[in-house]
Design a binder for this molecule. Structure first.
Ligand code: BJW
Ligand code: ZN
Length: 266
């Protein structure tokens, strides 16, 4: 029923095996955990949106004008050249307005409707999970379509078009910046995220390189609290060996399969 490539699944830290997903056994196992779960949580990163055509942060295709996005996502970069940073974020806004949620986003929105309790903590700022119909979403690193005053912090939900440079804050006259969380800045929704994950009994870690803190450590917070934690990625991450299950493959394929197996006929 599900023809396709083989995916690697690893149970715990020790057993690693090649499974043919068309046989369904490992998916049945994860589906069993999923159907028995009361609260399902998701921690996602750029890999969730990759199949929509959104460049990942650390992939080669993430480069913009030969610049590394990591170097532009800092308050220092904004102080040094705010126009350049706005040009980068306006480019990304245009790009994201031109793409659609992919089957992985849709599978998560579907999952949210099928389980008793659900939360999705995302590092993504693209809004695609919500556009797919997801509701209980915590955007840990902010939203590309919001702005914030660099001086007084006044937040504004924003419009879809490019933000003209310079745009001044209506309250204090300070320079308006993208409403996202840059390196070295506190993560305002961190406590909300920790609280929302505390009672999850299953966590999917989806498409993140797990190198950025504090987001990456949320997976271990969840695991320490007793959750079963499954990672979905096309490659291993620093978290892989520490979690309960690893599904290696593109999430646009693997996530819908897990959800379909768990709720077949439902
Ligand atoms: C697929 C796929 C497919 C692809 N299917 N999978 C030293 C040690 C520890 C911490 C630090 C340290 N030095 C500094 C820090 C802290 C710092 C940090 O973590 N740095 C490390 C990088 C070293 N963190 C911070 O500064 C944070 N704040 C903080 O700590 O505050 C403390 C504080 C308290 C009080 C006062 C002041 C400060 C803030 C971090 C903010 C991160 N912001 C960014 C930019 C957001 C805006 C924007 O997008 O422009 O968030 S950085 C960037 O990385 C972005 C992402 O959300 C984040 C994570 O990246 P993600 O999502 O994992 O993407 P990738 O590209 O890395 O990975 C994609 C993955 O998908 C890969 O694994 C692929 O294999 C996979 N994949 N296709 C499945 N089809
Ligand atoms: Zn202001």
């Amino acid at each position: 029923m599900f023809p396709g490539p083989k995916y690697t699944l690893a149970w715990g830290n020790t057993r690693r095996q090649e499974w043919d997903l068309s046989r369904g056994d490992p998916i049945e196992k994860l589906a069993g955990v999923l159907t028995g779960a009361r609260k399902v949580a998701v921690l996602s990163g750029a890999g969730l949106s990759a199949e929509s055509g959104v460049p990942t942060f650390r992939g080669k295709e993430g480069l913009w004008k030969q610049r590394n996005p990591v170097e532009l996502a800092t308050p220092e970069a904004f102080r040094a050249d705010p126009e350049l940073v706005w040009e980068f974020y306006n480019w990304r806004r245009q790009k994201i307005l031109g793409v659609e949620p992919n089957p992985a986003h849709v599978a998560l929105a579907d999952l949210e409707r099928r389980v008793p309790a659900f939360v999705h903590v995302t590092q993504n700022i693209d809004g695609l999970a919500r556009r797919a119909g997801g509701e209980n979403i915590i955007e840990l690193h902010g939203n590309l379509f919001s702005t914030r005053c660099f001086e007084c912090g006044r937040e504004q939900p924003d419009l879809s078009g490019p933000v003209p440079f310079p745009t001044s804050c209506e309250r204090c006259g300070g320079l308006v910046r993208p409403g996202v969380v840059w390196f070295g800045e506190p993560v305002p929704l961190l406590e909300d995220a920790i609280e929302s994950l505390r009672d999850a009994d299953l966590l999917f870690v989806v498409g993140t390189s797990a190198v950025v803190q504090p987001a990456a450590s949320l997976a271990m917070v969840c695991k320490s609290a007793g959750a079963f934690v499954a990672e979905f990625n096309i490659e291993a991450t620093p978290l892989s060996g520490r979690l309960d299950l690893q599904i290696v493959g593109p999430v646009g394929t693997t996530l819908p399969r897990v959800v379909a197996r768990a709720f077949a006929g439902g």
